[in-house]
Design a binder for this molecule. Structure first.
Ligand SMILES: [Zn+2]
Length: 318
């Protein structure tokens, strides 16, 4: 088996147990035992209040009883309550995510922008939130912001399904770089140039933003975070920019640790002269040197689509 990019497990917020407890509570309600029902909910809240609120919100949202007006009112109160939960515990990205989904379904795209902004303040790398934000910007016709967000998405997660879907449906204007709102748009809403619907050439967001640095970054970040025992919280805040542009002074020993970990991960894929001249001392310089030294031609440890793109970039640069 070839080593693949590491995926960290989704953090456990006792979801299964809480779903079970909320079920029990619902069954107690059905037989008229409200005391028991409250007891189950209390236990669920003690385990993890946020997960419990999210589960209750899901059920209230899915509840189709009553007329359209009832359903709408109920859903608005679900969103109001979830909003309170999110603000009280802003580090819980799962709340921001589901809140953004519900706001979108209510047609409140400004609300989606606010929710995703709050979530991204805590977790700037969350591709789930970036995708939701990009979609809201498209809905609101903010096509230049949307194109910036989508470019950011392609840097964070070039092979994410939702990112690929967005790229397919929304190509970029060849003139100004804004996103078209549909794949067959007649003209660009930002600069009025002809769109793909009139046969104009368009650009792909991805083609312009898949340098070797972008392609290898997620994997390099994981290797470095592991090698230096960075807590998840810190790792989530690492972006290509922070990793390469902040002068991260690290001890020589830490740099050597990173060097060893990267060698283990990429093995024979390094160009030797470049690898040997990597500067040990500043972590950011070392990382930049090491990524430059990776030769996608000899790197067989990465999946083929990514490899092909890295390779194309490698050839145009050398
Ligand atoms: Zn344009």
């Amino acid at each position: 088996m070839k080593p693949r990019a590491r995926k960290k497990p989704v953090s456990d917020h006792h979801e299964d147990t809480i779903v079970e407890m909320v079920d029990q509570s619902g069954q107690a309600v059905m037989v008229g035992d409200s005391l028991k029902a409250e007891e189950w909910l209390t236990r669920a809240r003690q385990l993890d209040p946020v997960t419990c609120e999210i589960e209750l919100a899901r059920r209230a949202w899915a509840n189709q009883s009553g007329n359209a007006e009832d359903i709408k009112r109920r859903r608005e109160s679900v969103v109001a309550r979830l909003g309170g939960v999110a603000v009280a515990q802003p580090d819980r990205i799962d709340t921001w995510k589901i809140l953004a989904d519900y706001l979108r379904q209510l047609g409140n795209h400004d609300g989606v922008l606010r929710a995703t902004a709050s979530g991204l303040k805590r977790e700037p790398m969350s591709i789930e939130l970036w995708v939701r934000r990009t979609r809201a910007q498209i809905e609101l016709g903010q096509l230049d912001s949307a194109s910036r967000s989508l470019r950011h998405c392609t840097k964070l997660a070039p092979t994410h399904d939702a990112v690929e879907a967005l790229i397919r449906v929304h190509p970029m204007c060849g003139n100004c770089g804004a996103l078209f709102d549909t794949a067959g748009a007649e003209f660009c809403k930002m600069c009025n140039s002809d769109g793909p619907g009139r046969g104009a050439a368009v650009r792909s967001v991805r083609a312009r933003h898949s340098s070797k640095f972008d392609v290898y970054f997620p994997r390099v970040r994981d290797v470095i975070a592991d090698a230096l025992n960075m807590p998840d919280r810190i790792k989530k805040q690492l972006t290509l920019d922070t990793l390469l542009k902040r002068h991260l002074k690290r001890s020589n020993q830490q740099c050597s640790t990173v060097l060893r970990a990267m060698t283990k991960e990429f093995g024979a894929a390094f160009d030797e002269p470049l690898f040997n001249s990597a500067v040990v001392g500043f972590l950011d310089l070392l990382i930049a040197d090491l990524i430059r030294a990776i030769n996608p031609k000899t790197d067989s440890t990465i999946d083929t689509t990514i490899r092909r793109r890295a390779l194309a970039d490698h050839i145009t640069r050398s």
